[in-house]
Ligand binder design. Structure first.
Ligand code: 5GP
Ligand code: MN
Length: 349
């Protein structure tokens, strides 16, 4: 069991009651889903289908190609472009399960439809500050991944023998990526226990790692090289490093959804750096990823200045300013946090 102070885990009997008789279930997750968001959703969908339910996974937007191997991918409905159909399905659902996000605005316009629907609602998540909208909440920031919670919920229900290789690999992918390939401090004993169980249920861990991490296009690798050599700024006085990527940069390398994922971690991997950002001009808005090491809360930073949130050491936000103005706002803000950011070993050479 995931244990800790930060728990809002209602008795699983409430969930058992919600899924007692076969019904119509929608599973949804945050926009631009990552491996944890999509893997958790598809794993739960497959399990609930095995229990006789009619299940539809709806993603607010598209997602990276390196997730398309997940079983059930072909049946995912993308809300963007299918608004009417998605809305009808949500309105007819008996139950809507919300996975890997804590606030309904992470669903874009789908959020209002979910909020207004008469269906019962379930929240399974590990992000900070959950909205209070669910009839059953299974939430703790002590979980490394939503996939870890989905496994735990299935086990608590006593349904773990329904976990087959497809479910196990979807869940494993979520845990592997949300722990940064088992590198982050959230990689607990429980994480390894769950992974051991997923292997017992058939997960081929090397295969999943290859599909997620080693399925790059040439463009993506060249973009990585370009960003590292041309778009990385290091601010030693703040132990901070950031990338600023323009629309033209994205076009030049024919950037696809997911191609920038993980880039921010290169900035954080530099010795001495404790705060990293990836600032991208996505044309409709500037999207920012934040990462930190140690006590500096990027979730608070993002919430206070960039309309975002997330976890203490991994968060995201946005800006309506231009790329240049966003970068300059970011740099100016650092002065305010200098004390928190400066006491660190400085070795950048
Ligand atoms: P990423 O930088 O990988 O997109 O996101 C890092 C973490 O922050 C993820 O857990 C993600 O769900 C969360 N996150 C990213 N963007 C936002 C945002 O705009 N608002 C909030 N509340 N969370 C975000
Ligand atoms: Mn997650």
């Amino acid at each position: 069991m995931v244990e800790g102070e930060d728990l809002q885990m209602q008795n699983v009997e409430i969930f058992r009651e919600l899924i007692k008789s076969p019904g119509k279930i929608v599973i949804t997750t945050h926009h631009k889903p990552d491996a944890d968001a999509l893997g958790s959703s598809l794993a739960l969908a497959r399990l609930l289908k095995k229990k006789g339910h009619q299940v539809q996974v709806i993603s607010p937007t598209d997602y990276p190609d390196f997730l398309s191997w997940m079983e059930g991918n072909d049946d995912v409905l993308i809300f963007e472009g299918n608004e009417t159909k998605s809305s009808e399905i949500v309105n007819e659902a008996d139950l809507v399960c919300c996975l890997d996000f804590s606030s309904l605005d992470r669903l874009n316009d789908l959020g209002e439809i979910v909020a207004a629907s008469r269906s019962k609602k379930v929240l399974i998540d590990h992000h900070l500050d959950p909205d209070d909208f669910a009839d059953f909440t299974y939430w703790t920031t002590d979980a490394a991944a939503t996939a870890e919670l989905v496994y735990q919920l299935i086990a608590e229900l006593g349904e773990d023998e329904l976990i087959d290789r497809a479910i196990a690999e979807c869940l494993y992918a979520g845990i592997m990526t949300d722990t940064g390939n088992f590198k982050h401090p959230n990689t607990t004993e429980h994480v390894f226990e769950v992974c051991a169980q997923l292997i017992r249920h058939g997960a081929d861990t090397a295969h999943v790692a290859k599909l997620i991490y080693d399925s790059n296009t040439v463009n993506r690798i060249k973009f990585l090289g370009f960003a590292l050599s041309e778009r990385l700024t290091i601010l030693p006085e703040y132990n901070t490093a950031y990338f600023a990527v323009s629309q033209e940069d994205l076009k030049r390398f024919n950037s696809q959804t997911g191609d920038t994922e993980g880039l921010v971690n290169y900035a954080l991997s530099i010795t001495g750096i404790k705060f990293a950002a990836l600032i991208i001009d996505r044309s409709v808005m500037i999207k920012i990823s934040f990462r930190s090491i140690g006590d500096f809360s990027v979730s608070e930073f993002s919430r206070s200045h960039f309309e975002g949130g997330g976890h203490k050491n991994a968060a995201g936000g946005k800006s309506e300013l231009s790329l240049e103005a966003t970068v300059s706002k970011f740099e100016k803000l650092l002065e305010k946090y200098k004390d928190q950011l400066s006491n660190h070993i400085k070795t950048y050479a």
